[in-house]
Design a protein around this ligand. Structure first.
Ligand SMILES: Nc1ncnc2c1ncn2[C@@H]1O[C@H](COP(=O)(O)OP(=O)(O)OP(=O)(O)O)[C@@H](O)[C@H]1O
Ligand SMILES: [Mg+2]
Length: 656
């Protein structure tokens, strides 16, 4: 259960102990050294005032009273080093090594340097390497004389896989001369005659698509299109072949394209169905469409739009299908496609030099789950166990990182740990989160039109700020903001300070950068509110053994504010070690410690909790509990009946 409002409010208000630090800089962040109980921290706040204080609390309280401002803190540069005087000397109160530290130490099998499994690529189900580099093309494949990227004798095959048998395949070639990898979409080859017929049929079909909704319901979309196709051939006396076999084969090929263009995503349909593709980007009609492939990274494809007009109409159509609008007057689109993918597009040359553009972030129908992240080596089972306990008990967090570093994916995965009965409200610009929780309101902002009012809002627009205000009235226990970037962050932090568990992603590549962004325009969170945040995780995209991977680079806690220096005290709990691709545990977590104190647990019990969860995560990996609903069921089972769940896990019984 998240902390009660009063508990958390209380915690933030508690005055900090005095220390003898001198002439401090006004701003800055510093990391608390392992074992230090910093002044004014949430750790000291964690001592609650209930009558029946447990033994652990008593001990903690006396520890905290003794250890006012321990020296030996690691200094981090303040944000404006040039304007600052010399760094403040360490506080003069001595740290007593004999005094037990009020920190929870995660047990050793869990703690130091748990080595991440070497990151296997996300299982590519359809890839079958061709072996000798010889091209493995379908029998029917005929090179298109107009292909802008024809296969050359220097191309060798490095991969070939099926998207839709027997019509759509992907061939990945490497050109030995240009040293370039190309993603080739292999679709049915059409003769010149068939090409003309297809163009005519599709054109005519648009006029004929006077679909009666009742009629459409009765038939599947494919049957409907197929019937229309036959109707057009008959009406216009079009003959597809001189014998029945040829005619049938030709019809199948043509229908593939009709379905692709009317039901699928047209020219980029194959790519949108390829699970190994993360991003699709088109920078203009005269350039190839570029893809981000899980195995081959940024890769040029053989897809290309013939001219500006074709690309413009493609972008307009995508907008319409997403239920949005794009026009010369409003040439920027941010929308969710029918399959959940996110699209950003611009129309024509209004706001981009090379004409219309679009970028699609593919949506995974099966979102990555916590055990997936451990399998990929993005984080260790210990980091995940930490998240599990923190999220269950309502610790707030910002999941930061660079573009496409996996922030949304990572946050979505760890949010599976929210206890199932909790009320969740999420707010996003485009719908990306998917959670199995039944009590979840998924809010999406709405764009407006026309001139902006004094608040910068257009007519009909509903922005994050309004949605969040509304959300707070709905008394959620957990609040998620897709991306924290504007004035809505203030409400989010207020929500944190009043005892809600709040989460968001943010574009920033270090803890300092997160704090700096939160404190600067346009977010402007006052430092006293910033304290309400508990955890900041930094995710990066990097290379391990030449392969591009995603890693939790650092996970830090916001411990509190130094009352004298007003510095933000942070405690790094985990850090990724590039040299051996492992995660180092610092030995101290103030968040776990606070939870331990609040729940009246002994350090031993907290240690056991961490160990149990590490064990469950490893069990999930071993037994391939991967689907997010299954993971959620196991997590729920642990919440409801930890003893039985652990017994099953320890006996290594399969989870069905
Ligand atoms: N840990 C991971 N391992 C492998 N692939 C991942 C991982 N996390 C995310 N991805 C993939 O990376 C791509 C980008 O992920 P995601 O949308 O979560 O990034 P983001 O940081 O939120 O991006 P943006 O900055 O655009 O919001 C997706 O295709 C996703 O499937
Ligand atoms: Mg994102």
């Amino acid at each position: 259960m998240p902390m009660s409002k009063d508990e958390k409010k209380d915690e933030k208000k508690r005055p900090a102990a005095e220390a003898e630090a001198t002439s401090p800089p006004e701003r800055g962040v510093r990391t608390v050294k392992t074992g230090e109980a910093p002044t004014g921290t949430k750790a000291s706040h964690g001592v609650t005032k209930t009558m029946e204080e447990s033994e652990a609390r008593q001990r903690l309280k006396s520890d905290v009273e003794q250890e006012v401002a321990r020296p030996g803190v690691i200094k981090m540069p303040s944000f404006e080093p040039a304007q600052k005087g010399p760094p403040p000397p360490p506080p003069s109160v001595k740290w007593t090594p004999t005094a037990p530290s009020p920190t929870v130490t995660v047990p050793s099998p869990v703690g130091p340097a748990p080595v991440a499994p070497s990151a296997p690529a996300p299982a590519p189900p359809v890839v079958k390497p061709s072996g000798d580099g010889k091209l493995q093309l379908p029998e029917w494949y005929v090179p298109d004389p107009k292909d802008p990227f024809p296969i050359s004798p220097d191309d060798v095959q490095i991969d070939f896989y099926t998207i839709q048998e027997p019509y759509a395949y992907v061939l990945i070639t490497y050109n030995n001369r240009d040293k370039e990898t190309t993603y080739r979409v292999i679709e049915p080859s059409l003769t010149e005659e068939e090409r003309k017929i297809l163009k005519f049929v599709e054109h005519t079909m648009v006029d004929l698509l006077d679909a009666d909704p009742i009629e459409l319901e009765k038939q599947s979309q494919k049957d409907f299109l197929s019937a229309k196709f036959d109707e057009i051939l008959y009406d216009y006396a079009i003959v597809l072949g001189d014998d029945e076999q040829k005619e049938a084969a030709s019809k199948k090929r043509l229908l593939y394209y009709v379905f692709r263009d009317f039901i699928g995503e047209g020219r980029i349909d194959v790519v949108t169905r390829d699970d190994l593709i993360e991003d699709i980007s088109c920078d203009g009609a005269h350039q190839p469409v570029f893809l981000y492939h899980r195995k081959y990274e940024s890769i040029k494809s053989t897809l290309k739009f013939a001219d500006d007009a074709e690309l413009d109409s493609f972008v307009i159509r995508m907008a319409q299908r997403a239920g949005k609008h794009i026009s010369i007057a409003e040439p920027i689109l941010d929308a969710t496609l029918r399959d959940g993918s996110r699209i950003q597009a611009t129309l024509s040359r209004e706001v981009s030099a090379h004409g219309s553009t679009f970028t699609i972030r593919k949506f995974r129908s099966e979102p990555f789950t916590p055990p997936d992240l451990v399998r990929f080596g993005t984080m260790s089972a210990e980091i995940l166990a930490y998240w599990w306990i923190a999220i269950q008990h309502g610790a707030s967090a910002i999941y930061a990182g660079g573009t496409a570093s996996g922030k949304t994916t990572g946050l979505n995965a760890i949010l599976l740990f929210i206890p199932p009965q909790m009320k969740i409200v999420s707010i996003e610009d485009t719908r990306e989160l998917s959670l199995p929780h039944p009590n979840w309101i998924a809010g999406i902002t709405r764009s407006g039109f026309g001139p902006r009012d004094k608040d910068g809002r257009q007519m009909g627009e509903i922005d994050m700020f309004q949605l969040l205000r509304n959300a707070l009235r709905q008394r959620p226990e957990y609040i998620i903001v897709g991306e924290v970037r504007g004035k809505e962050a203030y409400n989010l932090f207020q929500a944190m300070a009043t005892g809600h568990a709040a989460y968001g992603t943010m574009h920033a590549d270090s803890v300092d950068a997160v704090i700096h962004r939160l404190e600067s325009d346009p977010i402007n969170i006052p430092r006293s509110l910033l304290e309400a945040l508990d955890v900041v995780s930094i995710q990066i995209q990097t290379r391990v053994g030449g392969k591009r991977v995603r890693r939790t680079k650092q996970l830090s806690e916001i411990v509190g504010l130094d009352p004298h220096t007003r510095e933000i005290l942070t405690n790094e709990v985990f850090r990724w070690q590039p040299k051996d691709d492992s995660f180092r545990f610092s030995g101290v977590s103030y968040v776990l410690e606070r939870i331990q104190v609040e729940k009246g647990m002994t350090p031993q019990q907290m240690k056991q909790e961490v160990e149990n969860r590490v064990e469950i995560i490893k069990y999930m990996i071993k037994h391939q509990v991967r689907n997010y609903k299954d993971v959620a069921r196991l997590v729920t089972s642990y919440y409801k009946d930890p003893a039985t769940t652990m017994e099953r896990v320890q006996k290594d019984q399969p989870w069905t």
